[in-house]
Design a protein around this ligand. Structure first.
Ligand code: SAH
Length: 326
């Protein structure tokens, strides 16, 4: 059994069963600190790793919003959980082209991934938490960040916990499950408070659902396939689907304005990903089929286009970013 699993078993023996959120926090802190999980050789692949077009659309949307807000010179670009740094690099190329000259601030707890980001992005400042961001207008993006933040689970009024039965991790209760993520709600309201106080806009992209309701969405992924959440803590990516209704409430409670929620496919098409795909293909005709396949993977309903959703949280004094309304 792995070392984190041994530590968790000792903790449960000493303290009793632990919350699903504590289990998830411990598992993910170890997981991200000890590897680069992305790509073919890792456990999963994300939208910015599929195509440069993803980050370019985000950079275009943020630059456009910044220009419409009067192009404040003190605005900074920020990302939550930047992974390998691919999205920052692609988005900034577009934003620099649009005249944005601001600093880059990255929220990342994994030193392994900070090193990967530094290699790709160069000049940036790293922080451990959203509250450490500078008090300035933010142009922020978070892709597949909120799904990694810990959730609590409840069966009726009873919190579902992780315990040890016959030497193996087990859940303390089964039944109709309700999920609640105090950590995610705190992160979103922190962000909303900063946007309301200092200006700016945030694009949040993740898999999730529109309306709060019962359901167990806890999942583990290892080597591009689903795994048992309790099997190998710290050696697999443990995530949940994001409750976007709860995100919207937390953002409004923090004083920010919130856009409608749209599917990733619809949003990318509205921002012009098809035209971008054609322009890229015209420049590299040999890659035409690869570029078309990447666009389909990002946008089609059967691929990432419907499951993944996008929402903007912004200062009430700033315009809503493009792509959220017809
Ligand atoms: N956005 C990237 C990576 C997604 S993986 C992409 O789309 O490819 C999740 C990222 O969030 C990793 O960079 C991970 O190290 C980071 N992360 C997870 N939990 C975190 C936390 N509590 N605080 C800061 N970063 C965290």
């Amino acid at each position: 059994m792995n070392r984190l699993a041994e530590r968790l078993r000792a903790r449960i023996a000493a303290e009793g069963p632990i919350g699903v959120d504590d289990y998830m926090a411990a598992a993910n802190a170890h997981y991200y600190a000890t590897r680069d999980p992305l790509g073919a050789a890792g456990d999963f692949i994300t939208a910015p790793e599929i195509s440069q077009m993803f980050g370019e659309m985000i950079g275009g949307a943020l630059a456009d919003c910044w220009l419409r807000a009067g192009a404040p010179a003190d605005a900074v670009f920020a990302e939550l959980g930047p992974g390998r740094g691919t999205l920052v690099a692609d988005a900034l190329r577009v934003m620099r082209g649009g005249g944005f000259g601001g600093e880059v601030h990255l929220i990342e707890t994994s030193s392994t991934l900070r090193a990967a980001q530094a290699a790709l992005v160069g000049d940036a400042t790293w922080h451990d938490s959203i509250s450490a961001l500078p008090e300035r207008p933010l142009l922020l993006v978070a892709n597949e960040f909120l799904d990694a933040l810990p959730v609590k689970q409840f069966v009726g009024d009873v919190e579902r916990k992780v315990t040890v039965n016959d030497g193996a991790f087990a859940f303390s209760a089964e039944g109709e499950i309700q999920e609640k993520s105090p950590a995610r709600e705190a992160a979103v309201s922190d962000l909303a408070r900063q946007l309301a106080a200092n200006g700016g806009a945030a694009l949040i992209i993740d898999y999730g659902y529109r309306a709060s309701g019962p359901g167990d969405t806890l999942q583990a992924v290892q080597r591009h396939g689903f795994a048992d959440v309790l099997a190998d803590p710290g050696e697999q990516d443990v995530t949940v689907h994001v409750d976007f209704a709860a995100v919207t409430r937390a953002a409004r409670d923090g004083g920010a304005a919130v856009s409608p929620l749209v599917s990733q496919g619809t949003w990318l098409e509205r921002l012009g990903i098809s035209a971008r795909a054609m322009a890229l293909a015209a420049r590299s005709p040999a890659r035409t089929e690869d570029i078309a396949a990447a666009r389909r993977r990002l946008c089609d309903g059967g691929e990432m286009g419907e499951l993944f959703k996008v929402i903007a949280i912004h200062s009430p004094a700033w315009p809503e970013p493009a792509g959220f309304r017809t």
